[in-house]
Write a protein that binds this ligand. Sequence first.
Ligand code: GRF
Length: 183
Amino acid sequence: MKAAVFASGTGSNFQALLDTDDLTCEISLLVCDQPGAAVIEKASKAGIPIFLFNPKDYDSKEAYEKEILRVLENRGVSWIFLAGYMRIVGSTLLHAYEGKIVNIHPSLLPSFPGKDAIGQAFQAGVETTGVTVHYIDEGIDTGPIIAQEVVEILPTDTQDSLTKRIQQVEHQLYPKVINELLS
Ligand code: GRF
């Protein structure tokens, strides 16, 4: 089973998937919209093909998603895993990959959707936050939830220490959930 990861940034979740020995799918493509993103170097080092695109080169979201779709179909990709992809997926991809596009988000959705979810939770002074893996729909972090894991916010936490613990949970949870989904 072939999968593509869509990412715009650091790519620590992408790397965690690559480093999971018993992952039951092959990460056969990185799709990225940011030429300077650190995730690109991670993919290059691992020998994973990269489809890098600049949305500004296209007339519309539909136009660049049609191009992405062509690349995915050429490579026989059947699942899409979003890992820090900072764009809303449009109807072109949603229809073509219905029920096959999954995202990871660093909060217990529906709390703290959108950007800087860890900062939002930290500022709100809540005692627990966590990680959510969910299917995507046309909204921002609104699709059906597949799995969640709680992370406590300790009185001694800084936003940095909380971020580190959340990332550790993400790197374990995403491969685990993907394997369950594919089994
Ligand atoms: C992760 O926290 C993920 O949950 C969110 O974006 C972040 C990406 O981090 N959607 P990285 O690029 O995988 O390090």
